[in-house]
Design a protein around this ligand. Structure first.
Ligand SMILES: Nc1ncnc2c1ncn2[C@@H]1O[C@H](COP(=O)(O)OP(=O)(O)OP(=O)(O)O)[C@@H](O)[C@H]1O
Length: 296
């Protein structure tokens, strides 16, 4: 298995505050990876560490086998579309493409031109006059035409309406498949991630709470509903990730590798959203950590 990103005990501190800590992950190449977590969880920090814009405080990170941002060859392998899809307001669409061709050794001019034409962007139009969706598409085109092996996007669809988001994500997944590209993107919109990602990382409280292939994670979790019950009654090997109670009923998201056959509960597969929300809950995350730390 080739890794696109490996981090070991990776941490980054600003002053006395940890933005990211004890991050150990190994992401295989060839996936569209969704990075999700609440505000301030450390998503941008992790993406910037992967892009080489930040250096770690502790631990280490390698991207495509090299140290992020270390050499021109390493920089050429990684595309980075920062938050708010930055483009130069005063430059035209065509000037962005010319700039891209000058700055990137592997620039695919034909693909960039074809993509711009297909999207209906006018080459002579200044980027400052484009709509938010068009700006995002221009930024994505610049990222793709660089022909990176890994494309990192920090909340690329946050400002877009649902239709523009769909078009953007469709373009991204088509390009990822056509170019055999690995993609790492952060988003708050789990429904979007559900549509495009086959690997997910949940960050909460500056720590990785969950990471893995979506299908495997979904297969290893169960959503149990039934009369209000005591999670202490679950058999060994069942790990309660989150619990919710209302009107005498309880809902648990439980991690268990074997199927659950218990007539006391209605058992269903959780959605990715159920799973993400269960692991994102910071209080639950803290409780899980407390339990783990007590057990150590
Ligand atoms: N340059 C900085 N100086 C000081 N603290 C910072 C800096 N950048 C980020 N932080 C802090 O690090 C933590 C993680 O920030 P980060 O931007 O990585 O979170 P995020 O998950 O991307 O959040 P959001 O979803 O709101 O964009 C936050 O507490 C933030 O305040």
């Amino acid at each position: 298995m080739t890794s696109v990103l490996q981090a070991h005990a990776l941490g980054r501190r600003y002053g006395r505050r940890w933005a990211l800590r004890e991050c150990t992950i190994d992401i295989p190449a060839g996936h569209v990876v969704g990075l999700v977590g609440p505000n301030g969880a450390g998503k941008t920090t992790l993406l910037k560490l992967a892009g080489g814009q930040l250096r770690p405080t502790t631990g280490g990170i390698t991207v495509l086998g090299g140290r992020p941002g270390d050499t021109p060859a390493q920089l050429a392998k990684v595309g980075f579309v920062a938050q708010d899809t930055p483009v130069y307001a005063g430059l035209t669409v065509a000037e962005h493409l010319r700039l891209g061709s000058r700055l990137n050794p592997r620039w695919d001019a034909a693909m960039a031109r074809e993509r711009i034409a297909r999207l209906g962007l006018v080459p002579a139009q200044r980027a400052g006059r484009l709509s938010g969706g068009q700006r995002a598409q221009l930024a994505l085109t610049l990222g793709l035409a660089k022909r990176p092996e890994l494309l990192i996007l920090d909340e690329p669809v946050a400002a877009l309406d649902p239709l523009a988001r769909l078009e953007f994500l469709r373009g991204l997944t088509e390009a990822a498949a056509a170019q055999r590209l690995s993609v790492l993107l952060s988003s708050h919109l789990v429904s979007d991630l559900e549509r495009v990602c086959d690997y997910v990382i949940v960050l909460a409280g500056s720590r990785v709470q969950l990471a893995g292939k979506v299908d495997r994670l979904l297969a290893a979790h169960h959503r149990l509903t039934g009369p209000r019950g005591d999670p202490g009654l679950f058999p060994a090997g069942h790990h309660v990730v989150s619990a919710g109670h209302s009107e005498g009923r309880s809902t648990y998201v439980v991690r268990a590798d074997a199927p659950i056959h218990d007539p006391a509960w209605t058992v269903a597969r959780p959605s990715l959203e159920d799973l993400v929300l269960a692991y994102m809950d910071k209080r639950a995350a803290d409780d899980r950590r407390a339990v783990q730390e007590v057990r150590r």
